[in-house]
Design a protein around this ligand. Sequence first.
Ligand code: ADP
Ligand code: MN
Ligand code: MN
Ligand code: MN
Length: 342
Amino acid sequence: MERVMAEYIWIDGHKPTAKLRSKTKVLDNKIEDVSDLPDWGFDGSSTQQAEGHFSDCLLKPVYFLKDPIRGGNNILVMCEVFNSDGSVHTSNKRAALREIAEKYKDEDAWFGIEQEYTFFDGVKPLGWPDNGFPAPQGGYYCGVGSDEVYGREIVEHHMKACLFAGINISGINAEVMPGQWEFQVGPCGPLDVSDQLWIARWLLYRIGEEYGVSATLDPKPVKGDWNGAGAHTNFSTKEMRDAGGLQAIEEACKRLGKKHKEHIAVYGSNNEERLTGLHETCSIDEFRYGNSDRGASIRIPMQTYTDGCGYLEDRRPSANMDPYAVCTALMDTICNKVPAEV
Ligand code: ADP
Ligand code: MN
Ligand code: MN
Ligand code: MN
């Protein structure tokens, strides 16, 4: 017998933006397969997932990774939430993604998500003066030096933790607003990218505890002439990645244009504060796609044009989006080959 600590992580019913919750279960054996993990429960009345008089919700483990905080054979476990009668809980957006991922599995969809976020030190962004503002934006993006970037130690710690866990993190960078950063997860399939992004967010908050710094996914943490925070979602199918794929990418853009409102509805709350048409965004009321255009809703990267195949970047999702919902919407719109017009 080897006792291991399993951190059961789930997404709550908080509105308009769901939050992460977790608690620890001590198990009697090292876990080799997700099916070895027992179901568990929690008090849904404390997470906006149930009424007080009938409050038990079910946690079903669906994915696990090595725990970089506790090390050893300890693990982080992603769970789906079910009602006590076994039906899918309304807060459980992963269930729909599971279905659509299975339906379109032959498309071999890949996602790469760029998670932007902002560190806060109490009530102000990390590194900002107690009164007033730092120098205007311009020198901070991918900057270096203690007068340009704030929180690098935490960022490095987080990236190493993601690598140890086995998250497919593909990079990090300092962002346009001081105290703002980005990490990317992918490319990988819809369930992997979403589970890993949620766990990477959990690690960011958890590691922040050790520095007394919080991270927020607020799409517009500082009003005014400061960049918001998004979660650009890069997408491709096998057809798009293969020679001549540019045509499939352009068709996908046209389909997305017909469903703009439906997508915006699941691309994160308060996104209208960020998608203003300024600060490298397209207005929330418009839909445009274009070659290398960072002011468009969808950007087709220059390399994709050059190669005639590759991927598209949906720049609309906000930092606080739910990747389960965004990946579901993208697959539903793009992989459904029934002509969109009829
Ligand atoms: P940007 O130039 O917009 O800042 P990044 O380098 O931050 O782009 O992020 C691009 C993301 O797209 C990465 O996560 C990368 O892994 C992912 N990506 C690369 N190729 C593909 C592809 N064919 N399909 C989906 N995602 C991809
Ligand atoms: Mn990026
Ligand atoms: Mn960015
Ligand atoms: Mn981008």
